[in-house]
Design a protein around this ligand. Structure first.
Ligand code: FMN
Length: 266
């Protein structure tokens, strides 16, 4: 009971000024008998050993994401060596708005999604694009129109499994084009990669400033898509002009669509 009373007093003190708290804390530790101190040290050693040993597992619990149920398509492993240097890709990158009526391969789609949000650190589940506090506020949806070996439809990308889950079947490109102020390239692209934000994953930690971080992250992901598309000889363009609610309705998502990247063969 003595401990409880002392602990209550400590908590009461914490609600007062920081200086008073520190003073009280140092007095409290100073007056502790050596046995109590050794208990405290043992507990601290246990806790730190636990944290060091289980850190990778603790990280693996932090897998922000949505688990969709449905037909799943495993994507081919992404390549980590390409035919174009990063310098060349930066130099050649342009917004491309005209595409041939040619399909993308599953390998190309796999590579683009990996560049956008693929896992690049298996142990900690970190991804290709940086994220404030590794909060990963984005989910990626793909409006598939013309990919060899893949049904037309709306898919959700699971970065952990590197797979796509079919949300609904059908060609939704024209609907997406209409929601994007009738931009023709949206309707003509083989696929549209849509970045959808779940702000609260980031604002939970950073408050209002989290919104700014989410938009910065959209830029990082977008640039990865641009550079990967360029390196694959494909064309894309960042599309920010669209009606958010209409796009969300087409994708059947609770999140907020921030960016659309139509991709096709130029
Ligand atoms: C935030 C943002 C929003 C954009 N929105 C659109 C858009 O809705 N439609 C479009 O055709 N291009 C859009 N663009 C692409 C720009 O028009 C393009 O980047 C610019 O003309 C420069 O050309 P470049 O990308 O080839 O360097 C957008 C670019 C950014 C960064």
């Amino acid at each position: 009971m003595e401990h409880v009373r002392e602990f209550r007093e400590l908590i009461n003190k914490i609600s007062e000024s920081k200086y008073e708290t520190l003073k009280y804390l140092s007095e409290y530790l100073y007056n502790m008998n050596p046995r109590k101190i050794s208990y405290l040290v043992i507990i601290m050693v246990f806790v730190s050993t636990f944290l060091v040993l289980f850190k990778p597992y603790l990280y693996s619990f932090r897998r922000n994401g949505i688990d969709y149920k449905g037909e799943e398509v495993m994507l081919p492993e992404p390549r980590l060596k390409g035919d174009m240097s990063v310098e060349e890709a930066i130099a050649k990158r342009r917004s491309i708005r005209h595409y041939k009526d040619k399909p993308l391969t599953l390998e190309q789609l796999s590579q683009l999604l990996w560049a956008a949000q693929g896992i690049t650190d298996e142990k900690r589940k970190f991804r290709a694009a940086p994220s404030a506090g590794a909060t990963y506020p984005f989910e990626i949806y793909v409006v598939v129109g013309n990919v060899k070996g893949l049904k037309q439809g709306i898919y959700h990308y699971d970065p952990f499994k590197h797979s796509l889950t079919l949300i609904k079947e059908g060609d939704y490109r024209k609907q997406l084009q209409a929601a994007a102020l009738n931009q023709q390239w949206v309707g003509k692209a083989a696929v549209n990669i849509v970045l959808v934000a779940f702000y609260e994953r980031t604002t939970r930690y950073y408050g209002e400033r989290g919104y700014r971080y989410v938009y910065m992250e959209a830029g990082h992901i977008g640039q990865n898509i641009y550079l990967q598309a360029t390196a694959l000889g494909l064309g894309t363009v960042a599309v920010g002009a669209f009606h958010d609610e209409e796009v969300a309705k087409i994708l059947e998502t609770e999140g907020d669509p921030v960016y659309i990247f139509p991709v096709g063969v130029p």
